[in-house]
Design a protein around this ligand. Structure first.
Ligand code: 3UK
Length: 501
């Protein structure tokens, strides 16, 4: 293919063994804030022993599905590599999921084995997944004992480049999760497109971030991208914005992956100076408001890399590097991908006109089953469900999730544009704009606003409405304003608009 991969390919061999062949086994690989550092050689030895356990004790056969459940910490990464080395399919899940959600996922993908953090095993047991063989890792787990007696080398299974390597579940803000399939070559493709061309990490970089490894944003940013180049990773089990900022400052972090809400919170806490040593900061999951980009840039000189990705696409496909960044725009198609804005019939709309974001490239949407593939893959494109505008320079500007466009008195209004305007107000820390039903106008623009808790004066709703009217067309101003202490979000940092509606 265009990225130069052969027909046979095991992504674990490429990320771990090939990196060791190039740079040696002694480079630092994984660490936690207080634990020991594992070198690349140590990670490989752990992964190889676990691969033996999977095959010899847990009955894993190539193509078998292994449910992985844990916090972001080195054992979870070792287990992920072990599954792929043994030719299994890694079913990554989020640590906060409960028994009911795990049971639903298991029904969809029928795992035969689970590797689970001992602290999280209770909900897995409650899920009562039929014929599942479970080993637990961590201090109280049995996996360490099983692995201790195994050799530290393992012959990685010779998988095809397009054998399924992982099943990732969408973190949709509504509805049941959908399982997406990704091949061994896809795992390398995200490193060789977004990471190689936009992020451009070096072996000396220290990565950290907040997304769970069970979310493909985190899997790419905290496992695949650093290991493709031999960099090291600081894994945080808990990564609230204040813990994240502290860890960045304390451990010499140079590459950060997190969501816009964390950058907002770090700014609101006056902690932006903790980002001073960072070379690359990636933002994804939601649109990055221009005001947040500018405030971080002013405080630190750092240019946040916004990028839109999706579970269906595995990782980021529109973004921009360094001098190509235009604040307020997501960027251009990542080299290797093509992107367009289409009308309802799949025809490109003229530049400057809003339409459906469509993308194609080395990765793409393959739902596991019964998940309405035809809604995402249309006219030969992956249609992400986002409304975007492309400008004459090929830069893509986010408008809203297509379902979130607000139609008020015949005007089409994108909530995020109003949010951007509100965030320009010095006392607004966070906000969400949705459509609220209205007899006269069909819908009205309604803003939910979180004010700076340390403000020294009252900020009435009228002041915010006037402020928006000065910044954008007056018909877009919020006709209703409600103040909240915080906004409802998913564990991946996405706003839950349906809760506000
Ligand atoms: C939205 C963005 C504006 C957009 C993801 C990076 O978020 C990820 O995957 P999900 O499946 O959600 C996909 C949807 O999220 N979105 C993501 N990034 C941006 N909107 N600007 C952005 N920068 O609606 C998209 O369709 O949870 C992000 C890497 C891997 C991922 N899985």
């Amino acid at each position: 293919g265009p990225l130069g991969y052969g027909d046979r390919l095991n992504c674990a061999t490429e990320l771990l063994d090939a990196t060791i062949d190039r740079l040696g086994p002694d480079r630092p690989c994984l660490r936690t804030p207080d634990g020991p550092t594992w070198s690349y050689g140590e990670l490989r030895a752990h992964a190889n022993r676990i691969a033996h356990v999977l095959v010899e004790d847990l009955g894993l056969v190539p193509g078998g599905r292994v449910l992985l459940r844990g916090f972001n910490e080195p054992w979870l990464v070792a287990c992920w590599f072990a599954v792929l080395k043994a030719g299994g399919v890694a079913v990554t899940t989020m640590p906060l999921l409960r028994a009911g959600e795990l049971a639903t996922m298991a029904q969809m993908c029928a795992p035969t084995v689970a590797l689970c953090d001992a602290r999280l095993v209770e909900d897995l047991q409650k899920a009562a997944i039929p014929d599942l063989r479970t080993a637990t890792f961590g201090a109280a787990g049995d996996l360490g004992v099983l692995a201790d007696g195994k050799p530290e080398s393992f012959d990685d299974v010779d998988t095809a480049a397009d054998d399924v390597a992982l099943l990732a579940f969408t973190s949709g803000t509504t509805g049941r999760p959908k399982a997406t399939m990704h091949f061994h070559r896809d795992v390398l493709a995200i490193a060789d497109t977004f990471s190689a061309h936009v992020l451009r990490p070096e072996p000396g970089d220290v990565f950290t971030g907040s997304p769970p490894i069970g979310f493909t944003f985190g899997l790419g940013g905290l496992v695949v991208f650093p290991m493709r180049v031999g960099a090291s990773v600081l894994l945080l089990e808990k990564a609230t914005p204040d813990l994240l900022a502290d860890a960045i400052a304390r451990h010499g972090v140079t590459v950060v992956f997190t969501a816009p809400t964390a950058y907002k919170a770090i700014l609101a806490a006056g902690a932006a100076d903790k980002l001073a040593g960072v070379r690359r900061a990636v933002s994804a999951g939601e649109a990055l408001p221009e005001a947040v980009w500018r405030a971080v840039h002013e405080a630190t000189g750092l240019k946040i890399i916004d990028g839109i990705g999706a579970t269906e696409m595995l990782h980021i496909f529109i973004s921009a590097a360094d001098d190509d960044i235009r604040p307020g725009s997501t960027g251009r198609a990542v080299p290797g991908y093509t992107a367009a804005v289409l009308d309802d019939d799949g025809q490109p709309v003229p530049d400057g006109t809003p339409g459906h974001l469509a993308v194609r490239g080395p990765t793409g949407c393959r739902y596991l089953r019964g998940d309405r593939q035809e809604v995402y893959v249309r006219h030969g494109w992956n249609v992400t469900g986002d409304t975007y505008v492309r400008d004459a320079d090929g830069y893509f500007h986010y408008q809203a999730r297509t379902d979130d466009m607000i139609v008020s008195s015949g005007y089409n209004i994108a909530g995020p544009e109003v949010e951007q305007a509100l965030l320009g107000h010095p006392e607004v820390v966070d906000c969400a704009v949705v459509g609220a039903p209205d007899e006269e106008r069909g819908m009205i623009v309604k803003a939910f606003v979180v004010l700076n808790p340390d403000r020294t004066r009252d900020v009435p709703a009228e002041e915010l409405q006037d402020f928006v009217k000065q910044a954008i067309a007056p018909y877009k101003r919020p006709r209703a304003v409600e103040f909240l202490d915080e906004l409802p979000r998913t564990s991946t940092g996405k706003l839950q608009r349906y809760k506000l509606r």
